[in-house]
Design a protein. Structure first.
Length: 145
């Protein structure tokens, strides 16, 4: 991982930190979508927990997300309780070619499902960048069984 990777993940962590305690039962997640050193979209989980950070950042990036890298503080969900497309599915649909996540998510709707979806689609998935810093965001997060 490069110094740029660390800088983008630190930006995602800062976005998430600003929403800790405001996202209901959902964790506060930060997402930054970057291509060629340019931020195409960035967001944190909205107040109350919806929409997710990845959804908002992808909406900002639009078609420019194709070929980009997404930096997320917590692994993308692989399934949604609402029945809407998961963040993993949306990242694949958008054409993101790499996802860098700081932490794994023990939630039943995540727990490796999103990363498996990404890998099946050929998206490079890197886990663990700045994990210790990001885990501080989730000290009080207790995923639903």
């Amino acid at each position: 991982m490069s110094g740029d990777d660390q800088a983008w993940m630190r930006r995602a962590i800062a976005l998430a930190r600003a929403r800790v305690g405001l996202t209901g039962d959902n964790p506060s997640v930060g997402c930054v979508i970057v291509r060629d050193g340019v931020v195409l979209g960035e967001a944190a989980t909205a107040e109350g927990g919806r929409p997710h950070a990845e959804e908002q950042a992808l909406d900002q990036a639009g078609a420019a997300a194709r070929g980009a890298t997404a930096y997320v503080t917590l692994e993308p969900c692989g399934e949604r309780s609402s029945g809407h497309a998961s963040c993993g599915a949306r990242l694949v649909e958008a054409g993101v070619i790499r996802v860098v996540a700081a932490c794994a998510d023990a939630s039943a709707l995540a727990a490796g499902r999103g990363p498996r979806r990404l890998a099946t689609a050929g998206v490079v998935y890197d886990l663990g960048l700045l994990r210790a810093e990001a885990q501080l965001l989730y000290a009080d997060y207790r995923p639903r069984p």
